[in-house]
Design a protein. Structure first.
Length: 376
C-alpha cells in the first residue's frame, strides 16, 4: 500500500471521526453571542431536552429586557437551526469540531445578521435580567368594573386601531361600538344585528381603570367592557340563532406546527400586527387567535375546531386580498417572487392548521336598544 493511499485513508478516518464527534456533541446548555444590529445586542439561547426527548430552546435578548421566548431547535449533522416563532426570528449556524462554537446568522428582517455563539458555563454566562415586577392577578372570584372610564371620539384621519392592556390600564384606539361588542362577547360583527348604522361608522378612544387591584384575566376584562357598554351606551340585546357562512379552524392532516408558549399561563395574551399580513402571537390560545382573525382580518365568524389546548407563540406571514382587513388587504398585494403566500396556504404551511368554509347555525346578538355614549 503506497503512501498516498495511506494518507487518503488517514484523512478519511479523521473526517469520519470529526463527523462522529459533531453528531455526538451534547449541545444542551447556555450559548451566547453579540448581535450587531445598529447597536450591540447580547443574545443568549438556553438549550435543553424536552419531555419528548427532543431539543428545545429559549431565547433571551439581554439588552432588550431579557424576557425568555420559546423556540424550536433542530440539529442535522453539524447544522443547528433555531426558530423563535414569537418574534418571527430564525438562527442557523455550523457547530465546530469541538462542539464549543456555532458560527451562523440571525434572520428577523430582510437582511440576515452574523451571530456567532459560544457554549459557556458558570461565571462566563451573562446574567439574565430579572423580569420587571408584575401586578398580581386579580382574585379569581373578583367581579370588577371600570371605576374611571374616559370615552372620546377618535380624531378624524386616525390610522389603524388597537386594544391595549398595560398592567392596570385598559385603552382602545379607533374602536367602533361593533368592535367593542365583538370583543366583549367574543362574536364577529356579522353576529351583531338590529342596531343603527353609527355602530359601525362612529369610532372612539377609551381609557379606563378597574376598581379592583391587580391584572384582570380575559373573562374579567370582557365583563368590565360589557358593563361599560350597558352603563355608557345603554346597550340591551337578546340572543338568537342564525345560519351563517363561517370559517372553521381545524388541524391539518400532518399535524399542528405550533410552539407551546413559555409565558405565564395565567397572564394575558399578546396579539398584534407588524403590518397587514404579518401577525405576531404570544402566550395565546386558539380562542384568542380565532377572536383576532374574525375581529380584524376575515369577513365572517371563525369557529375553533382544533381541540388544541394550552397557549402558543407564533408568527406567520401572508399576502392579504381584498376580502381581508375590511377591504384594505388588497393594498398589501405584491408581485415580488418572494412574496408570502395567500392566507389559506400560509396558515397550513406555517402553522399546520386549516381554514375551511362552512354554513352552520351560530349565536347572534339582536340589539334592542343603544345610545351614543354619555359625557365623561
Amino acid at each position: 500500500m503506497n503512501r498516498l493511499m495511506l494518507r487518503t485513508i488517514a484523512l478519511a478516518a479523521l473526517s469520519l471521526s470529526l463527523l462522529v464527534a459533531q453528531l455526538g456533541n451534547d449541545i444542551t446548555g447556555t450559548w451566547q453571542g453579540t448581535l450587531q444590529a445598529g447597536k450591540e445586542l447580547r443574545v443568549v439561547f438556553k438549550i435543553s431536552k424536552g419531555d419528548d426527548g427532543g431539543l428545545k430552546a429559549v431565547m433571551h435578548s439581554i439588552d432588550q429586557g431579557g424576557q425568555g421566548i420559546a423556540g424550536t431547535i433542530a440539529l442535522q449533522g453539524s447544522t443547528v437551526k433555531i426558530s423563535i416563532p414569537g418574534i418571527g426570528g430564525t438562527y442557523e449556524g455550523k457547530l465546530d469540531a469541538d462542539g464549543a462554537v456555532i458560527a451562523g446568522t440571525w434572520s428577523q428582517r430582510p437582511k440576515p445578521l452574523p451571530l456567532n455563539l459560544k457554549h459557556v458555563t458558570g461565571d462566563a454566562a451573562w446574567e439574565i435580567p430579572k423580569p420587571p415586577p408584575q401586578l398580581k392577578p386579580m382574585a379569581a372570584d373578583a367581579n370588577p368594573s371600570f371605576e374611571v372610564a374616559t370615552i372620546k371620539p377618535t380624531k378624524p384621519g386616525t390610522q389603524g386601531k388597537g386594544l391595549v392592556i398595560r398592567g392596570h390600564q385598559f385603552s382602545t384606539v379607533n374602536f367602533s361600538l361593533n368592535d367593542l361588542i365583538s370583543f366583549a362577547y367574543g362574536v364577529h360583527i356579522r353576529q351583531v344585528t338590529g342596531g343603527p348604522s353609527w355602530l359601525e361608522s362612529d369610532f372612539y378612544d377609551i381609557s379606563a381603570e378597574p376598581d379592583v387591584e391587580g391584572t384582570p384575566n380575559r373573562k374579567q376584562l370582557e365583563g368590565m367592557v360589557q358593563k361599560l357598554l350597558v352603563d355608557r351606551f345603554k346597550l340591551t340585546f337578546h340572543h338568537d340563532k342564525k345560519e351563517l357562512t363561517v370559517f372553521t379552524l381545524v388541524v391539518a392532516k400532518n399535524g399542528s406546527k405550533l410552539t407551546p408558549s413559555a409565558g405565564d399561563p395565567k397572564g394575558l395574551p399578546g396579539l398584534f400586527f407588524r403590518g397587514l399580513g404579518n401577525m405576531v402571537v404570544n402566550n395565546a390560545n386558539m380562542s384568542d387567535f380565532t377572536g383576532l382573525m374574525q375581529a380584524a382580518v376575515l369577513d365572517r365568524p371563525v369557529v375553533d375546531q382544533t381541540e388544541l389546548k394550552g397557549r402558543f407563540d407564533f408568527t406567520f406571514k401572508w399576502t392579504p386580498d381584498e376580502s381581508q382587513f375590511g377591504g384594505r388587504g388588497g393594498s398589501a398585494k405584491s408581485d415580488a417572487a418572494d412574496a408570502p403566500p395567500d392566507l389559506f396556504t400560509a396558515i397550513q404551511e406555517q402553522l399546520g392548521l386549516q381554514l375551511k368554509s362552512a354554513k352552520i347555525p351560530v349565536d347572534v346578538l339582536v340589539i334592542d336598544r343603544v345610545e351614543k355614549p354619555t359625557e365623561n
